[in-house]
Write a protein that binds this ligand. Sequence first.
Ligand SMILES: *Cc1c(COP(=O)(O)O)cnc(C)c1O
Length: 333
Amino acid sequence: MPGQQFQLTQFSAARERIGSAVLRTPMVPSPSLSERTGVPVFLKMEHHQTTGSFKLRGATNALLQLDEDTRRRGVVCVSTGNHGRALAFASKRLGVDCTICMSKLVPQNKVEAIRELGAQIVITGASQDEAQLEADRLVAENGLTLVPPFDHHDVICGQGTLGLEIMEDVPDAHTILVPLSGGGLIAGVAAAAKETNPAVKIIGLSMERGAAMAASLKAGRPVQVTEEPSLADSLGGGIGLQNQYTFQIARDLVDQVILLPETEIAEGIRHAYWQERQVIEGGAAVGIAALLNGDLKPEGPVVMLLSGCNIDMSLHHRIIGGENVDLAEETKG
Ligand SMILES: *Cc1c(COP(=O)(O)O)cnc(C)c1O
């Protein structure tokens, strides 16, 4: 079982290693969601993590495991989202050169945001795949080390530190709700939490539009899906046809996967804002959405992992104002 490659001692070691570089985010009760569901609901406020998402945990853990020589040559990734931000931030802190490859399609404001974090930027190609080819070239020819966003042992161990914190703060947790894309987050959290209490239920949440892990679990092997614009943009992208870790761990340790339509993700963002006074991105709103729409009928204490806050604030403004935003319509042009 691949989960066995991830033992409690490894998560504890990761926690020790990254402890001074990441926040131990708060766990707070949600009276409104507890009232609605009839069971205690707690929010793990990981959207307050430095860089605005949990990705800092995995990126920091991966960087700290590299030896001196490897660090001196620098690291590379292709993400322009939360992983890119996290890797750029962690690299700067540790004095490691970080290169982020991105396609010509990436909007200027995203390019600038990553540049401000101190990363070197290589703009190349017309797609994410072409940017990946450039990253592969930098690895092969210049000796850089690729730090991928999810399918990597040390990244998974870093994200799994969240599982330890959750089980410490809510030892009687019955169900943990985890946003799901490539599966690094859910693999780490599920392995760490189930080794602490094998009875705890792990539920993955994705958007209906282009949920690669859900489609792969259904097919019994990693498959590709068509990417579509979604409010949960940080949950987009594939799981990799050569997936090494996250597919098998998700298959073995995730109890259920729920897919949410765009209107309900928007409802989750609204609820977080008006009832909980929290700004969260679409990818973090899927758990709230599943509780609100009644897809999920929890039986005991629920922990909801709020994974990130990096949403375009003018988009957020429109959503909380009640506008019915459909990004697929808007990008048709
Ligand atoms: C990356 C990300 C996820 C999904 O994590 P995976 O490890 O890819 O499953 C969820 N929420 C936010 C905010 C993210 O940035």
